[in-house]
Ligand binder design. Structure first.
Ligand SMILES: [Zn+2]
Length: 362
């Protein structure tokens, strides 16, 4: 109640200082916030591995389609991928989902590595993959036979990039980690919880892992060496703590695009005016991504668990929508912030048009 009164008072004070056209614009924005249907959306970074009865309904509610992004990891049994699950799921709802394949550098020294990788990509592009993801195993996890961490600009990977250019297939690059990974854990940092629960990625504890700067500069060199390859840097290119670092790269590399999945907390940690200016300046190079997904088959979940999952997802999409479209006070990953109140035109580009152009979905 107290908050409601405070909001009402502050709205009256703010609106009394505004001109008529500003009043019209903020009226349009406040109507827009409540009409999420009016902007078509594509979530370019999702991991809906298993189908759910509610997912088509939720996508309709948000006027949204999603890209299902495969993940490859190496464990003691070998390379584990989710591709088959994503393919099955996408084929069930071709109107809702697009596919993104993935590439891992394990076995880079074997003489048929490139040929095998290209064969796999060819198959998956033929099955509908519109993008290929490379993951943070490049740079900080996977080593070659001489014991060196394989960086993404490794020349042994070049034939694969040449193949993708020729196929006109872009790459989604999650290279590196937030800077926090190389520092002692800070309870106020938006990534504190992640590294506490996933200490294997807390590079600070593993001095043999290459530095943040080494990994980011290899990534930059790779983008620079491949100007004809369209590269979508996931998670704001692991530079989410500082939009100026992202801007500097976007200015330098015209083939680079970014999406902020799972890094909205870092944006919330920076001055909203500065972040808003960043979105305005790069409105043609930022795509919407969430990193939301699931990891459990529907048939082993109870109705209550499914209901809760659906509600959480809806609330999460709603928070990101409010952050981008309203000027509401919000808390994202423990960071207090104010919504960016982007214009309808910019929201249309970030949520939809840029993804259509980038993935050539026409
Ligand atoms: Zn992801």
């Amino acid at each position: 109640m107290k908050i409601g009164v405070w909001l009402l008072t502050s709205l009256i004070i703010v609106s009394s200082c505004k001109t008529n056209s500003e009043n019209d614009a903020s009226k349009e924005t406040s109507e827009l916030v409540n009409d999420k249907q009016s902007i078509k959306k594509i979530d370019v970074h999702s991991h809906y591995k298993y189908s759910r009865e509610y997912l088509p309904v939720l996508h309709q509610k948000w006027n949204m389609q999603s890209v299902l992004v495969d993940v490859s990891i190496k464990d003691s049994t070998g390379i584990v991928r989710s591709w088959d699950s994503y393919l099955t799921h996408a084929q069930k709802h071709p109107d809702l989902f697009f596919l993104c394949s993935s590439l891992i550098g394990v076995g880079i020294d074997s003489p048929d590595f490139v040929e095998q990788a290209i064969q796999q990509l060819k198959r998956e592009i033929d099955s509908g993959a519109r993008m290929v993801k490379v993951w943070k195993n490049f740079g900080m996890v996977t080593k070659d036979s001489s014991g060196h961490y394989i960086q993404i600009d490794d020349s042994r990977l070049q034939p694969i990039w040449d193949f993708l250019k020729q196929k006109n297939i872009p790459v989604m690059a999650h290279i590196g980690e937030p800077e926090q990974a190389w520092r002692p854990l800070d309870p106020n940092n938006p990534h504190y919880g992640y590294y506490k629960n996933n200490p294997q990625y807390h590079a600070y504890k593993f001095p043999e892992i290459p530095s943040y700067e080494t990994i980011i500069s290899a990534r930059d060199k790779w983008i620079e060496n491949n100007p004809d390859l369209k590269i979508l840097c996931a998670h704001l290119g692991s530079m989410s703590h500082d939009v100026e670092m992202v801007s500097e790269r976007l200015d330098r590399f015209s083939n680079m695009y970014v999406e902020p999945a799972a890094r909205f907390g870092d944006l919330a940690n920076q001055d909203s005016k500065k972040v808003r200016a960043f979105f305005e300046k790069y409105q043609d190079r930022i795509l919407f991504g969430s990193d939301y997904g699931n990891a459990t088959p529907e048939n082993i979940m109870s109705p209550d668990e499914l209901k809760e999952e659906e509600m959480n997802l809806d609330e999460s999409y709603n928070k990101l929508w409010r952050y981008l479209s309203s000027s509401d006070s919000l808390v994202i990953r423990g960071q207090k912030t104010q919504g960016l109140q982007l214009s309808k035109e910019i929201l249309h580009k970030i949520y939809y048009k840029n993804a259509i152009d980038f993935l050539e979905l026409r």
